[in-house]
Design a protein around this ligand. Sequence first.
Ligand code: 6CS
Ligand code: FE
Length: 300
Amino acid sequence: MTQHDPYPSRRDNRPAVLERREPVLHAGADAAGPLSRDQLERFERDGFLVVENVLTEGEVAALIDELELLRASFEGREDPVAIAEPESGELRSVFMVHQINQAYRRLAHHPNIMDVARQILADEVYIHQSRINLKPGFKGKEFYWHSDFETWHVEDGMPAMRAVSATLPLTENTHYNGPLMLVPGSHRRFVSCIGETPEDNYKRSLRKQETGTPDNETLKALVDAGGIEAPLVQPGSMLLFDCNTMHGSASNITPFPRSNVFFVYNAVSNQVTSPFGGRRPRPEFVATRETMSPLDPRSR
Ligand code: 6CS
Ligand code: FE
């Protein structure tokens, strides 16, 4: 029996915009946790929020050292978690860092990060996906406009909008080295995309996403309504964004890398099922299936 799909996408040859069905704050703006009511209300309104002073300079420095060790460990070595840039072959992303690296595993459990996800999602959480996008100088190519949830729903079987991404910069995000751009308010609209998902799409989409991206007219309508913001988040701070907030980033032609680590916290009540797009499930390093048990705060 095919599961009912409340968010159909990549089904028709014409786009559609559907209303969001879930709340953004799953226990409202009075939910207990690290964020104030005002911060929660801004997250609910915009679909993203910058939180300052999450990590100390020392914590960031240690994470940058770890990133260099990770980068060196992939030199000249093929590994599914290490994704290369489409043209230069430079290292673009490293996935599943919360599993392969002790420092990033601890970071995923950091109370200033994990407890914010639990506060917003009003549930215990697990890591659906983690990655470091390195966006190297000169060679870091764009991440075209997309809603993460659209991909996670169609290709991973994420049922509802009850997940949140926490991204922490490891290098400076400036207005010129390809900062993350977001469309305020776009999290309230589910953009049903055109096109069909190729088999094993992740082998291409993690390098250059071409399906599950909004058509120009729909993207322009979202931007006309909400504008575009590129919060210049500095190392030590964190950018939270809802699983369905439309975002993207331009190529980096400057000498300065724009490296960020991302943790995707999914509510344990929203565990992924079979992909709504009907294709084979994506591999574990992109979408957790084996360990969807709640993150244990004691294992920090
Ligand atoms: O396919 C995915 O899951 C990944 N793709 C993008 C562009 N953002 C979310 C995630 O990293
Ligand atoms: Fe994304």
